[in-house]
Ligand binder design. Structure first.
Ligand code: AOF
Ligand code: ZN
Length: 365
């Protein structure tokens, strides 16, 4: 199963599909293996079975996700395993997709195939945190990336923020973007930084660039009154762009005509701000976004944390002090009692050239 999981990791993302790996083992020897690359391409099991050919008969298949039971863009894998004469299927976790959810395993059992699992469930779940959360909760798995100084500041009072960290840390961010279905920001970041938010493989070494392939996540701007200038860099660069806005705004909307930008309305909260939960639900349910990367300023990032929509924070720390007038990492409402703190669990600490990167999970999730 470890080998199947490693195969699944051959791609950074197969979004909106899950990453899946499969090996077929006969008499202790791997006779076929495969992984799912992207929607429309063959599933992991189909590739492994093709490689195994006749040797699949009587063999054991290890799959990092329950084999599918439905006719999707490709035919059901449970049937393919049965047809190939596989004697046993070992799986890591059940596929929460309502079209599958246990039916793949049931179909195999009905056909007399031995079914064993879940094994290495935690490792396999880590492959597809976004897909699993979208299927179970109708929300994407959100990773909030920020860069700060060693005294916890994210930009100067003027908004100037280039650069807090070095090149190597910024290349790391490219990989994170490429593993996401969408990169989300707020209109204020567009107005102050005019970022491209695209994946730039030319900033990476050969091995990293190969892993990324031609993946470009959708770029999403939360812009309740459509203030993004039509000549913003993000609109000009290749790849999909989506504005989530609060009202029809026909006049502002007309300014984007002929551009690649797609515009969707989502609910507003009292006070005129976008309903962030509705915005995330829209990305998961209407755009099939599994993993979302939030690259925004302290206000939107703080509001997303406050709304309980952030699953993980990735904080790059540049070795410098920016002083007390500089902006804090998050704007969060004041907390008076220690017992009301927002708890995190640190899951990773890395040094990247002269910078440091801390990864932490929000504990209330
Ligand atoms: C598997 N093996 O390698 C993957 C599975 O549209 P399709 O045909 O690609 O089906 C996509 C769904 O199939 C996806 O939502 C998930 O439930 C399952 N993915 N299943 O048996 C695979 N990638
Ligand atoms: Zn399948």
């Amino acid at each position: 199963m470890q080998r199947a999981i490693t195969l699944a990791q051959s791609v950074l993302s197969a979004g909106p599909n899950p990453r899946v790996g499969c090996i077929v083992v006969r008499d202790g020897e791997i006779v076929g293996e495969g992984f799912h690359e992207k929607p429309g391409e063959a599933h992991a099991e189909a590739i492994a079975l093709l490689a195994a050919g006749e040797r699949a008969r009587g063999a054991t298949a290890y799959v990092s996700l329950e084999p599918c039971a439905h006719m999707g863009r490709t035919p059901p894998c449970s049937e393919a395993l049965i047809q190939a004469g596989v004697a046993e299927v070992v799986y890591a976790g059940v596929d929460p997709n309502p079209q599958v959810s246990g039916q793949g395993l049931q179909r195999l059992r009905e056909a007399g195939v031995r079914v064993r699992g879940p094994v290495l469930a935690e490792e396999a779940d880590a492959l597809n945190r976004g897909f699993l959360k979208r299927m179970r909760q109708g929300l994407p798995w959100v990773r909030c990336k920020m860069a700060m100084s060693l005294d916890g500041r994210t930009a100067m009072a003027s908004g100037e923020s280039k650069w807090i960290t070095g090149d190597a840390a910024r290349a790391d961010v490219q990989l994170m973007r490429a593993s996401s279905c969408a990169v989300v920001t707020g209109v204020n970041t567009i107005l102050s930084d005019n970022p491209g938010l695209n994946v730039r493989p030319e900033q990476l070494d050969e091995e990293q660039a190969a892993l990324i392939g031609d993946r470009q996540p959708m770029r999403v701007v939360l812009d309740s009154s459509l203030r993004t200038p039509p000549d913003s860099r993000l609109i000009g660069l290749p790849g999909e762009v989506l504005f989530l806005t609060g009202q029809p705004h026909p006049q502002q909307r007309a300014r984007y005509q002929g551009s690649r930008a797609d515009i969707r309305e989502v609910a507003l909260q009292p006070g005129g701000r976008l309903d962030l939960r509705a915005a995330m639900a829209c990305l998961a349910q209407d755009y099939e976004c599994n993993e979302v990367m939030l690259e925004a300023g302290p206000t939107l990032s703080g509001a997303m944390v406050q709304a309980g929509l952030v699953d993980e924070v990735v904080i790059y720390i540049g070795a410098r002090f920016l002083g007390s007038d500089a902006l804090p990492l998050f704007h969060l409402p004041g907390i008076n009692r220690m017992q009301d703190h927002i708890a995190l669990e640190i899951t990773g600490v890395r040094q990247i050239a002269d910078d440091c990167c801390i990864t932490a999970r929000l504990k209330h999730l």
